[in-house]
Design a protein around this ligand. Structure first.
Ligand code: PCA
Length: 157
């Protein structure tokens, strides 16, 4: 089992959340809401309006997201879905926990709110030169005020 931190379309309520709960892809379980310990630019880019966390620590904002525990099958599915290593790279990051799920509390994990833990994250170093100067956000919402609605795979030609 592995912990991943998701900040984009895989979050609850976002367009690819259902993929983590499709048993054919493996298993995922919500562990905590969290934010990155470092600041990063989170931008929406490309003609499909994809959220990208640029691997430029120290710029932008601390990014809000969610930690899930996933099995190896789900991790392989997500790597493939996120086109690792071309579109995104999977890196280990420090995240600050905002609130643990009740299940986590029962399992002897460190539950102090504000505690820092490690998780894997899909960020990218393979971005276009203008992406660091795009508007950046501290929390992704596909239907946010930015008007850059995510184009799901099903809607692509
Ligand atoms: N999916 C991954 C990376 C960005 C995206 O849309 C995530 O939600 O964390």
């Amino acid at each position: 089992m592995t912990r991943i931190f998701v900040y984009g379309t895989l979050k609850r309520g976002q367009p690819n959340y259902h993929r983590m709960f499709d048993a054919a892809n493996g298993k995922a379980e919500f562990l905590a809401s969290a934010l990155t310990a470092e600041r990063y630019p989170l931008v929406i880019a490309g003609n499909l309006n994809i959220p990208f966390l640029l691997n430029l620590p120290g710029r932008g904002h601390k990014i809000h997201g969610e930690i899930y525990e996933v099995d190896d099958k789900m991790l392989r599915f997500l790597d493939d879905f996120e086109s690792v290593p071309t579109l995104y790279q999977r890196t280990l990051v420090q995240v600050e926990v905002k609130a643990w799920a009740r299940r986590a509390e029962g399992e002897g994990v460190e539950v102090a709110p504000g505690s820092t833990t490690e998780a894997l994250m899909y960020s990218t170093t393979s971005y276009q030169p203008d992406w660091p100067s795009l508007p950046n956000y501290d929390s992704y919402d596909a239907l946010g005020d930015h008007g850059l609605e995510y184009v799901t795979r099903e809607d692509q030609d």
